[in-house]
Design a protein around this ligand. Structure first.
Ligand SMILES: Cc1cc2nc3c(=O)[nH]c(=O)nc-3n(C[C@H](O)[C@H](O)[C@H](O)COP(=O)(O)O)c2cc1C
Length: 435
């Protein structure tokens, strides 16, 4: 059972819940079910182009993966059910499963048994991936596309990618590092879609050239703008976030020109991410040549979002002047709401960095990141436990939590609405939406 405000049971769909009613018309999982008729009609009226991915015709709207636990089965399954791409985040998904938490609770405090603690926590997270994919699939009613986001910077990246593929995920999306080895990991799953997240045209060239040698091409590429998106950002330093090479007006045409020169322009749809909030934003990036868009923050605050209602309130009510950019423990710049914990941390960050040193063990015993500024004593990197902070945000602890967010006012302001309403709003021109 999802821990937060979840009307839909994981093990079996709850027939009493109107949002969980199985649709008998779309029971055959082998044949993708069409976009629901009302949203198809909205797409037809919108002037926007559908997204074609893996042979399926979808709404041109992707819900980005959001850890820890912000996009689990309820959000991803609901987005897919609406005919879009719903994305689970693989990071520490056991947090949505009280039995898995109970099984692994207290292990971190046991000195001496670190290897066993790590093994048990990693195993619990893999089990949670199986459960979440199955539940998202059920909720999707065979519509849309289901993806999982696995951050390259996560230590168990390879094991999580493999497990998700074995569980039958449609697509694997990888950011926070260059997934040069993703084609190798997916070798036995030729039908699974592989989607890297990049931020500039140079990254697009590099991945395409390296993957070509492995005889596989990306099935799509997410182009995420570091000046606009939430969470970890694809620039080396905070000072680089505003670099014009990341602007959609530059990176989309440049990437398309490269793909055209390689004769593969039609094979790799580009998906623009970061600060996309309206129909006009989608139309603008489609005019530049993008096939679709990825949104994070607007989906995180939907009714179906898997985090605590307080998490949604913090994100929905934050204004742009409250946003903070800082260096994460993963060594990457990140963007979040300036909540009490983050402000207090930033006040003492330089002092913490000055005394950074290699620790004998990870605070949480499972070494979530392959390289961690806190555990590995990397002085220029963040000095806090990211799993602790993101888990606090997930359970709505406004004082202790770290609340990742992209910039820009949200489609419904500070209101919490459903995934369906968000999809309709995004497919409707501003004048019509306001009418
Ligand atoms: C709360 C939150 C958590 C996120 N976590 C991840 C993540 O685990 N992996 C990832 O690749 N991107 C992550 N992102 C980025 C989103 O997937 C998405 O690309 C981005 O938020 C788009 O920008 P927007 O929020 O302005 O729409 C996160 C974003 C938010 C807001």
């Amino acid at each position: 059972m999802n821990a937060f405000d979840t009307p839909c049971s994981l093990d079996a769909l709850d027939p009493a819940s109107p949002t969980c009613e199985p649709d008998t018309a779309v029971a055959d999982a082998a044949v993708p079910a069409p976009i629901p008729a009302d949203l198809q009609a909205a797409l037809d009226r919108s002037g926007l182009h559908p997204l074609t991915l893996g042979g399926r015709t979808l709404l041109p709207i992707v819900q980005g993966g959001m850890g820890v636990g912000v996009s689990a089965h309820r959000l991803a399954g609901s987005v897919a059910a609406a005919g879009g791409v719903g994305t689970l985040s693989s990071v520490d998904l056991r947090r949505h499963h009280p039995d898995l938490m109970e099984r692994t609770e207290g292990l971190a405090a046991k000195v001496g048994g670190e290897a066993e603690a790590k093994r048990l926590i990693d195993e619990a997270n893999l089990e949670a991936i199986d459960r979440e994919i199955a539940a998202a699939r059920q909720r999707s009613q065979g519509r849309g596309l289901l993806a999982i986001n696995v951050m390259r910077a996560v230590q168990e990246y390879a094991a999580q990618v493999r497990r998700a593929l074995e569980a039958g995920i449609d697509a694997v999306v990888v950011g926070a590092g260059l997934p040069l080895d993703l084609p190798d990991l997916a070798q036995d799953h030729p039908k699974a879609l592989l989607i890297p997240i990049l931020s500039d045209a140079r990254g697009v060239q590099l991945i395409v050239k390296k993957w070509e040698r492995k005889k596989r091409l990306p099935d799509a590429i997410v182009i995420e703008h570091p000046r606009l998106a939430g969470g970890h950002l694809g620039a080396a330093r905070i000072a680089d976030l505003g670099d014009t090479r990341f602007d959609f007006e530059n990176v989309i045409p440049q990437s398309l020109a490269f793909l055209r020169s390689a004769g593969i322009e039609k094979d790799i749809p580009l998906i623009a991410a970061g600060g996309i909030r309206t129909h006009e934003d989608i139309a603008r990036v489609q005019a530049l040549g993008a096939a679709g868009v990825q949104l994070g923050t607007p989906f995180a605050v939907t009714e179906e979002g898997d985090a605590h209602p307080e998490f949604k309130r913090v994100l929905a009510s934050a204004r742009d002047d409250e946003m903070v950019e800082f260096t994460s423990v993963a060594g990457l710049p990140a963007r979040a709401v300036g909540t009490p914990w983050l402000k207090a941390y930033l006040k003492i960050e330089s002092k913490l960095q000055a005394v950074a040193h290699v620790k004998s063990r990870c605070t949480k015993a499972f070494d979530c990141l392959a390289q961690c500024g806190l555990r590995d004593g990397l002085a220029g990197w963040g000095q806090f436990c990211i799993d602790n902070q993101l888990a606090a945000a997930l359970r709505g602890d406004v004082k202790k939590g770290l609340f990742f967010r992209g910039v820009g006012a949200l489609p419904f302001g500070d209101q919490i609405r459903s995934v369906r309403e968000l999809m309709e709003r995004l497919l409707t021109r501003e004048a019509m939406a306001g009418a």
